[in-house]
Design a protein around this ligand. Structure first.
Ligand code: COA
Length: 260
């Protein structure tokens, strides 16, 4: 499938989705969000995709935010609808995907760009990256989950300061805050993400899916994550992956998981 604003390619069981509007620092417009949804959905349903990597095109930006030119004239209803559509199609969608999603942050991750990286299951960054939620400098607030996910990831006080100041932090601070798991050079960014993805791919996809759901349950209102974990743990015992994983261990060989 070909897209106008993104590139999606699969290699070695990894689908890499690159946001490809480098002249606009990969800002997210409506077309990009729709294409992202389509590519993510396709990759998630594809049995050959074991990990999804999201990155930005060029050497300057991951994503410099939602496309400001698109919403500058919006009224209140249109603003709410914009946030609702974006969260449903892309941000919540990514967080709840059953395929692991890594954000490979290769430069500016601002506004919707940082929100996109935060919706991923975890983040790896190149050392030229800068992170921020500058929305209040435009008279608006983060609308793609930033006020919720940033405090979850770095703590309330730090999130308050980042959002109120609209400032940017560098990779040292992002690493220190736990916003990113690893920092590397731009050249090594995708190879490192691919190495991590390969490690993930060797494990049971069925168990990984269950783990994502159980971890996410901790962040859902009115849901008891411990109960979800217990149920998901029990369900694993009925899977072929569990039989293969435990049998392989006892036979002192590497497991070959059927993914069922
Ligand atoms: N929406 C729309 N266009 C954007 C954009 C965004 N969020 N971020 C960057 N662009 C565009 C610029 O308008 C410019 O387009 P032009 O060449 O047609 O004028 C192009 O991308 C390059 O950006 P520019 O600002 O010239 O690069 P810079 O190196 O001087 O500054 C940034 C880089 C990231 C600091 C600056 O682009 C910026 O502050 N962007 C907006 C960040 C933001 O507020 N995001 C949150 C949105 S809710």
């Amino acid at each position: 499938m070909s897209y106008n604003t993104i590139i999606s390619k699969i290699e070695n069981n990894i689908t890499t989705i690159t946001i490809n509007r480098p002249k606009k620092l990969n800002a997210l417009n409506q077309e990009t969000l729709a294409e992202l949804h389509e590519a993510l959905n396709t990759a998630d349903k594809d049995k050959n995709t074991k990990v999804i990597i999201i990155t930005g095109s060029g050497e300057k930006a991951f994503v410099a935010g939602a496309d400001i030119s698109e919403f500058a004239d919006y009224n209140s209803e249109e603003g709410t609808a914009l946030a609702n559509k974006g969260q449903t199609l892309v941000f919540d969608f990514i967080e709840n995907l059953t395929t692991p999603v890594i954000a490979a942050v290769n430069g500016f991750a601002l506004g919707g760009g940082l929100e996109l990286a935060m919706a991923a299951h975890f983040r790896v960054a190149s050392d030229n990256s800068k992170f921020g939620l500058p929305e209040v400098s435009l008279g608006v607030i983060p609308g793609y989950g930033g006020t919720q996910r940033l405090p979850q990831l770095i703590g309330k006080g730090r999130a308050m300061e980042m959002i109120m100041t609209a400032g940017m932090i560098d990779t040292n601070q992002a690493l220190n805050y736990g916003l990113v798991n690893h920092v590397t050079t731009l050249d090594e960014l995708l190879p490192l993400c691919e190495k991590i993805a390969a490690k993930i791919s060797r494990n049971s996809t069925v168990a990984i899916t269950a783990a994502i759901k159980a971890i996410n349950a901790n962040y859902k209102d009115g849901v008891n994550g411990f109960n979800i974990e217990m149920q998901a743990f029990g369900n694993c015992f009925n899977t072929k992956d569990f039989k293969e994983g435990t049998t392989a261990f006892l036979q002192k060989r590497k497991a070959t998981f059927p993914g069922e």
